[in-house]
Design a protein around this ligand. Structure first.
Ligand code: FAD
Length: 371
């Protein structure tokens, strides 16, 4: 049996794993990466690619803002298809309208420029919105990208710098000081598990539920909207524990297509598109942008967000296991939060002081909850 030793073995090459591989390689480590499917082919390939400063929770916002400061390096790569369109959050109820100042302040407090938008300004910015909406706020620094190709680029950069790619190979189980692959090989060294929603297959002690999401993409049209549009109720739906929910979220792609989302569903691990929930999602979108009804949808797909019980990712060493680390569980924010997560985990792995206090993301919190 062949045995190879590495400074770090990363399992999973979604955007989070790929970011860790690149960061570790750039730090001078001898890295191996194991990916059973396509690079960037898991939740990463299903994502909307919205880079968003999500303000629902202080630790979530801190991870987003740290990551958004790191994104410009990747955004400069043509593969990212970076589009600095900003986010326009939309109030539909008086309750949401009343939340605008606090949300703008929370973002400003985290160093994220945001500006309240009155009703008239809302329609100046986005004339195709349905009548009767109540303003909102604009976050000009948010953007959109095309995530799977960023994952590819990260792995390509790392391989150029010496990382070893084990493609089409599944990590079967963690073993003492390494990982056993399904091709019979064993890689030796510390292991960083970045397998997204599949995390419990290797680390069953860390609770994780797949949270299905669906998206629709239209044909190409002249511009209908300019910003990533999102209803203010989105954060509540994302943090909520409902078995199934939909919220309005529309993104202009650089080629004239519109990406329409989004849904959240627990307890459904069937990857096929569910027409009833898709219908609910589209009706929600039509409520906000009625002209969407006239466009031709050309494709719908689903993916599985990796959801931890408290919605925050696991970043750090896994308690009770020697030499096992984790970076997984970013739910609907893994594209935004990948560079920051990688920097935190790799810094901690190297014994450097991470840019953020890792306490809110420590895997041990979930072990305690599970106990
Ligand atoms: C519909 C939808 C829309 C979204 N929109 C956004 C958005 O706009 N903005 C945002 O920030 N986030 C968004 N997300 C969330 C984001 O996609 C995820 O949080 C992120 O992709 C998670 O990345 P990951 O690398 O942890 O997991 P994944 O991308 O799932 O990658 C995990 C990888 O591990 C591999 N793997 C698993 N098990 C093994 C094994 N045993 N051996 C080897 N390899 C293995 C898999 O093949 C996979 O490639 C969205 C998600 C969905 C589903």
């Amino acid at each position: 049996m062949t045995v190879t030793r590495h400074d770090l073995i990363v399992v999973g090459a979604g955007l989070v794993g790929a970011a860790c591989v690149e960061a570790a390689t750039a730090a001078g480590l001898r890295v191996a990466v194991v990916e059973s499917g396509a690079i960037g082919g898991g939740a990463t390939s299903a994502a909307m690619g919205h880079l968003v400063a999500m303000d629902g929770d202080a630790a979530e916002l801190a991870l987003c803002t740290h990551s958004l400061r790191l994104w410009p390096r990747w955004a400069a790569w043509p593969e990212s298809e970076f589009q600095p369109c900003g986010t326009l959050w939309i109030a539909r109820s008086e309750v949401e309208r009343a939340q605008i100042p606090a949300r703008v302040d929370a973002l400003a407090g985290a160093g994220v420029p945001a500006k309240a938008v009155g009703t008239r300004a809302l329609y100046d910015l986005e004339p195709h919105l349905a009548p009767g909406l109540l303003g909102g706020f604009r976050v000009p620094g948010d953007a959109v990208v095309y995530p799977p190709r960023v994952a590819w680029r990260l792995i390509a950069e790392a391989c150029r710098d010496g990382a070893e790619l084990h493609a089409g190979v599944r990590a079967e189980r963690l073993v003492d000081d390494g990982v056993r692959l399904d091709n019979g090989r064993t890689l030796r060294g510390p292991v960083l598990v970045a397998t997204g929603a599949a995390l419990p297959e290797l680390l069953p002690e860390l609770p994780m539920r797949p949270r299905k999401g669906q998206l629709v993409i239209t044909d190409r049209y002249p511009p209908l909207v300019r910003h990533q549009l999102i209803e203010m109720g989105y954060a509540a739906a994302a943090h909520g524990a409902d078995d199934a929910s939909v919220s309005f979220n529309v993104q202009p792609r650089p080629n004239g297509q519109l990406l329409i989302g989004s849904s959240r569903e627990y307890g459904n691990t069937d990857a096929s598109v569910s027409p009833p929930l898709l219908g609910r999602m589209l009706r929600r979108a039509f409520d906000f942008v009625p002209a969407l009804r006239e466009l031709r949808a050309i494709r719908a797909w689903s993916g599985f967000r990796p959801a931890t019980p408290d919605g925050l990712p696991y970043l750090g060493a896994v308690p009770g296991r020697h030499g096992v680390w984790v970076a997984a569980g970013h739910e609907g924010l893994g594209i935004t939060a990948a560079p920051g997560s990688a920097s935190l985990v790799v810094d901690a792995f190297l014994g450097r002081t991470p840019a953020l206090d890792l306490a809110p993301y420590r895997p041990g919190r979930a072990l305690r909850e599970a106990a």
